[in-house]
Design a protein around this ligand. Structure first.
Ligand SMILES: Cc1cc2nc3c(=O)[nH]c(=O)nc-3n(C[C@H](O)[C@H](O)[C@H](O)COP(=O)(O)O)c2cc1C
Length: 161
């Protein structure tokens, strides 16, 4: 089959690839902050430590991310499923009711994640209706807890059984 125009079946096929879920955040010197739910996050290189993720050019947050020299990747824990839709919907201030502190460049770091990566942007590549951002990890942290897993439209834990 051919992918067609972003058709449903093609998106379902892509959804067979299991991922974790992250919330990628950034901030600008004028105080604007933004963030969105992202599962295109991936590790690219260990030496130097590089990661990438893709942002849709139609996202409301696109101008803020595109102007920001830093971003933070917050890897969600199993009990943070409510944040998936919170950060995947368009709203005025996504951080109003969310506990977060400021990381590198002011990028919000969410409380309760299983890992986070604070990055300096080192690359930007236009790719169709998305832009691929490459970041060098300047700081990271890892915490106890189970990660949230996403596959075939479902969210949950990894079942070892
Ligand atoms: C599980 C999941 C994964 C997503 N991954 C991405 C992604 O990798 N890149 C992206 O641009 N949008 C992704 N989205 C969609 C954005 O989170 C969504 O479009 C959001 O509304 C964008 O926020 P904004 O328009 O306020 O910037 C994902 C959504 C969900 C539910």
């Amino acid at each position: 089959m051919r992918p067609g125009d972003g058709g449903r079946d093609y998106r379902h096929a892509l959804g067979s690839f299991a991922t974790g879920i992250t919330v990628v955040t950034c901030a600008l010197p004028d105080g604007r902050r933004d963030g969105l739910t992202v599962n295109s996050f991936t590790s690219v290189s260990l030496e130097p430590p590089l990661v990438s993720w893709c942002l849709g050019v139609g996202a409301v947050s696109f101008p803020v991310f595109d102007a920001s020299p830093h971003f933070a990747v917050n890897v969600l824990a199993l009990d943070q499923q409510s944040l998936v839709w919170h950060f995947a919907s368009r709203r005025e201030d996504k951080f109003a009711e969310v506990d977060a502190s400021a990381g590198l460049g002011g990028a919000p770091l969410l409380d309760g994640c299983v890992a986070r990566f604070e990055c300096r942007r080192v690359g930007r590549h236009e790719a169709g209706d998305h832009v691929i951002y490459l970041g060098e990890v300047e700081r990271y942290a890892r915490f106890e807890g189970e990660p949230l897993v996403h596959v075939q439209g479902r969210y949950g834990r990894l079942d070892d059984g």
